[in-house]
Design a protein around this ligand. Sequence first.
Ligand SMILES: C[S@@+](CC[C@H](N)C(=O)[O-])C[C@H]1O[C@@H](n2cnc3c(N)ncnc32)[C@H](O)[C@@H]1O
Length: 271
Amino acid sequence: MPWRVALDCSTEQAELTLAALLDHPVQGVVEEQTAPGVTRLQIFFDARSAAEGFLSQLPDLAASIEQCAAVDEAASAQPDWPALPIGDRFFLVPSWRNDPAPPGRIRLPMPPGNAYGTGLHAPTQIMLRLMELHLRPGDAVLDLGTGSGILSAAAAGLGCSRVIACDTDPDAVRAACSYLAGNTSLFIGSVGSVRSVAVDLVAANIDAPTLHELAPEVRRVLRPGGRALLSGFSEQEASALQQSLAAAGLTVFDRLTQDEWAGLAIRRPEP
Ligand SMILES: C[S@@+](CC[C@H](N)C(=O)[O-])C[C@H]1O[C@@H](n2cnc3c(N)ncnc32)[C@H](O)[C@@H]1O
């Protein structure tokens, strides 16, 4: 039986709460205006732990959690998230919608929101924009920190020859496994398990401290002339990261930003 989180909040808080839902496995949502400026939200989860996990991100909201007989009928309609063009090549579509991609765009079904990477976060979108600019058809790709697998799906859509995807979080690898078609080599672990000079392109949307640490390994697995596309860090963090990358023998050749987030394209120089 589902678990219902109920709360009354301002319209603005309701918007923030619904935005925070994007990374959670929600069964349904009912949104009602109960008084001017007051919104009642009912959010349904399949497990108490999922409901509590969601609420732990919103400690300021007074909400109740209770088990209920069924998901409210009104909630069986999925949230009204639109399909979203990203960059010039991608079209991100929530799984319950059947919008076709506009001509010239690659349709990316949105992974379910139970692991990182629904595609709605700015760093993921920066990654997709960097990939459409710098991934070449035929590239062998390492999706480092695959999360839900969205960047592997994007790489396949752009015509890469093969994708190796890994993540240190077993739940992420399980989610990626069910999202991705069978032509990706997926494993639990990190770049240390990939053989040297194996790939043309590394895609990694991971926090700055981890990328500082992984920079020499990223260089090791790249073929000479190969590229790495990085995001997951702020514009301020990008400058310090560039120094670590330079120290590891990697050269920055492109940079994108979105909101307060940054992305870098780097190259392992030819000998
Ligand atoms: C922000 S999510 C990115 C998910 C997806 N690639 C995207 O772009 O939306 C970062 C992912 O990297 C994984 N991760 C963190 N450190 C890692 C490491 N050292 N090696 C491999 N994966 C790592 C996390 O478990 C998480 O799933």
